[in-house]
Write a protein that binds this ligand. Sequence first.
Ligand SMILES: *Cc1c(COP(=O)(O)O)cnc(C)c1O
Length: 366
Amino acid sequence: MPRPISATIHLSSLEKNLSIAAEVAHESKVWAVVKANTYGHGISRVYPALANADGVAVIDLNEAEHLRALGWRKPILLLEGFFDDSDIPVLDALNLTTVIHCPDQLRMLEVGARSGQLKPGSVDVVLKMNTGMNRLGFTPDAYRSARARLRAVSAVRSITHATHFADADDDKGVKNPLLVFIRAIGDLHGPVSAANSAGILWHSETHREWVRAGIMLYGGSPSGDWKDVSCFGLQPAMTLQSKIIAVQKVKPGQSVGYGSTYTATHAQRIGIVACGYADGYPRMASSHANHYAPVCVGGYATRTVGRVSMDMLTVDLTDCYGAEIGSPVELWGKNVPIDDVAAAAGTIGYELMCALASRVTVNVEN
Ligand SMILES: *Cc1c(COP(=O)(O)O)cnc(C)c1O
């Protein structure tokens, strides 16, 4: 028998979340963002649930290759474009849509087209503007001339205007960058793509022709607080579960785990769970005194106590009626929002999903 920890991917939840994105942004087409191995869910596993997306968005050419090999015929967007001259022929071969975010990429595309590596009218481009995030994109001042150069490249079939917001998920919002974006586009033609999940859920003015749905597809909250998204009916696409493998009865004054960071104040039953940071569970969620994360044991909500170690963590069984060796434990999923576990560790659900360790067995269900 393998260790009792496993993850389950819920395809119907993913399908449902995708339909929610399409419904909320009902006038837009949806890029399903499947970068980082589909936020840790696994592209091959999740693939059947993506059928209704209008396109998929990735970071890496390998991911694009994988998707074409799986049979994906609709558009594939390279969210950061390509990284090297040698990638240019692949754009044509795999029929990819590429972001162009800097003069260097623009030059590579021009050279590739001139040297015949790209057929005329073969490449769709998403031209990225930096509206304040200051990671990728042409400044609003440089944007028009970049677009003019792109239009002169025979290989370019279409140009979509795009930007990415730094604060769509918090109080600062999108007002200023959206204004900068719209002003710089001015009377230029072409479709627009600006919204990530936060834009889709909370800023309908950003929807336009294409939205880019990431975290919401997986049932996580862009803000890190699941209560912010609960009204939309998103469902977690991943459950991480394990079992109790030992039970300790501790007396008042006795402590639990490395560093003895938790000391019992009353006679208490402690469950030892087969899940640790080597499985992708965040050690910081329960790293020092008064730090703990929610967990569900045999249907009862409880919490971690003491430090998370490599292969185990420890939970309070006081209020978990009937809990014993073999009792099922949900680390995150339908009963334990991944956002809450992440918050306990000072991070966001995105990071936990992406960090699911390869040693965890993953099952797929509908
Ligand atoms: C990852 C990414 C997204 C998706 O963001 P979510 O917050 O997960 O919805 C959208 N656009 C770009 C450019 C991205 O890199």
